[in-house]
Design a protein around this ligand. Structure first.
Ligand code: NAD
Length: 480
């Protein structure tokens, strides 16, 4: 399969050398992904700029909403093809592809379609005589949307749906590792009647993203991916046109299990929260702080549940733990497992690559992990769980401080039946989302984003409208 790019309403080949994309379950090449050169990136940005005026700008809100509803309908009409493609390219279990990735993408378009007719300004009581002051929300303009490889379809929908709802135009740059469903979503936009130039996609590696980051005619860049790349994008934005940035970056979510928790529910929830998509989730639970009274029971049950998961390709409906996305990423995960061992953490289960085709890693649980160990500090983004202990009710302040002792602040979890305890911990955690007794799965109605080095701004929910609009204040003096 040779992929193409979509620029100004035309499907075109890449002008630079194509990149191979692999099936993580077998290691086989499934696609040669087109790669844009600088001229093609410039063409896509110019197309997005000119499409801001004309047909797209002239659609009434109710008509623009209709386009987004149609995209949602078409995602659903093609749901099985999208799900199979996501599993083939990314490796995730087919059930996750259907219920999280594809259903989530359609839901985002429907949610933001509803917003199109509800984007409001304010009238403001300024202290000037005979003056009407009101604000209106206008599209930011040309948006670059750069996405990672872990949930490519759903994360693109987080960005594309609010960008279109607010009347913007976009240039998409999906991850070179998993571009296939993003290209298909652009085909769906074309079928839904999105005018030429409004949605463009350029593909290729990080250098193509870098061309967008430093582009003088991109107004806003929404990026999801690792923190180091987020910093490179921030430098490029500052050194070019100071484009607005929305950054959804890395995470290292703590999960605090108190002695009042329902341990069986906590084990089930933490296995799900840690190992969904083989731990390749920005909000995945990775650092477990367990009250010493329940530590041994929790570790035994956690290791039992993790080690009894069915490991296999995502396309097999029975697989619960599927491969990590690439050979390169597998090396990153196994190196960190090695660091856990060599720094003295106790390996309870797992600990190595599985001897079969594809990029499979055993579900791995460490206990006796110190706060200073590499596996407690660095984002692993794989099926590796690190358990630590704390001492009881009196230790809540201390465990909150330990959970906060990280450069990240995207998500966190608390497992308890005690409401007061849940509030104390939730209030103390410095994190964009705190989940009490549940898995970290986002929802289009709930703002998503991070504290600290997990990012800037919030996507989803009404907050996404702010990301993709400028506020214009109009002052109208009607006195003499
Ligand atoms: P990555 O940083 O390697 O790449 C992300 C995207 O940036 C890709 O499209 C890549 O081609 C592009 N890119 C690379 N270098 C670039 C540059 N210099 N300028 C512009 N673009 C560039 O990230 P990844 O490995 O694809 O994704 C995993 C990371 O994403 C993890 O850190 C994870 O936590 C994070 N993530 C965060 C969220 C969130 O909501 N906060 C969600 C999912 C993933």
């Amino acid at each position: 399969m040779q992929t193409q790019q979509y620029i100004n309403g035309q499907w075109v080949d890449g002008a630079a050398d194509a990149i191979e994309s692999y099936n993580p379950a077998t290691g086989e090449v499934i696609a040669n992904v087109a790669s844009a050169n600088e001229a093609q990136v410039n063409e896509a940005v110019a197309a997005a700029r000119s499409a801001l005026a004309g047909e797209w700008a002239n659609l009434l809100p109710v008509q623009r909403a209709e386009v987004l509803f149609k995209i949602a309908d078409l995602i659903e009409a093609n749901a099985e093809e999208f799900a199979q493609l996501e599993t083939l390219d990314q490796g995730q279990p087919i059930g996750v592809a259907r219920q999280v990735s594809v259903a989530g993408a359609a839901n985002h378009f429907r949610y933001f379609a509803g917003f199109v007719t509800k984007i409001q300004g304010t009238t403001n009581p300024v202290s000037f005589p005979d003056t009407l002051h009101y604000t209106k929300r206008e599209p930011v303009g040309v948006n670059a949307l750069i996405t990672p490889w872990n949930f490519p379809l759903m994360i693109l929908a987080w960005k594309l749906a609010p960008a279109l709802a607010t009347g913007n135009t976009v240039v998409i740059k999906p991850s070179e590792v998993t571009p296939l469903t993003s290209i298909k979503l652009v085909e769906i936009c074309e079928q839904a009647g999105v005018p030429a130039g409004v949605v463009n996609i350029v593909t290729g590696a990080g250098n193509v993203g870098a061309l967008l980051s430093s582009h003088m005619d991109v107004d806003h860049l929404s990026y999801t991916g690792s923190t180091p790349t987020g910093k490179a994008i921030t430098h490029a934005a500052a050194d070019s046109n100071l484009k607005r940035l929305t950054l959804e970056l890395g995470g290292k979510a703590p999960s605090i299990i108190t002695s009042s928790a329902d341990i069986d529910a906590a084990v089930a929830g933490n296995v799900g929260g840690a190992l969904l998509n083989s731990g390749q989730v920005c909000a995945a639970y990775t650092r477990f702080y367990v009250d010493s009274k329940v530590h041994d029971e929790f570790v035994e049950k956690l290791a039992g549940a993790a080690s009894s998961m069915n490991v296999g390709p995502g396309a097999d409906e029975n697989s619960q733990l599927t491969p990590v996305v690439s050979e390169k990423h597998l090396g990153h995960v196994t190196n960190l497992i090695e660091a856990g061992r060599s720094e003295g953490a106790e390996l309870v289960t797992g600990g190595k690559r599985i001897d079969r085709d594809g990029f499979f890693v055993e579900p791995t649980v460490f206990t006796g992990v110190s706060d200073e160990n590499t596996i407690a500090k660095e984002e692993i983004f794989g099926p590796v769980l690190s358990v630590m202990q704390y001492e009881g009710q009196d230790g809540l302040d201390e465990v909150i401080a330990r959970a906060n002792d990280t450069e990240y602040g995207l998500a966190a979890a608390v497992w308890t039946k005690d409401i007061a305890e849940s509030q104390k911990i939730a209030n103390g955690l410095r994190s964009g989302a705190v989940f009490v007794n549940m898995l970290p799965i986002p929802d289009m109605a709930a703002p998503w984003g991070g504290y600290k080095q997990s990012g800037w701004g919030r996507e989803m929910g009404p907050q996404a409208i702010e990301c993709y609009t400028e506020t214009k204040a109009v002052w109208l003096h009607y006195g003499s």
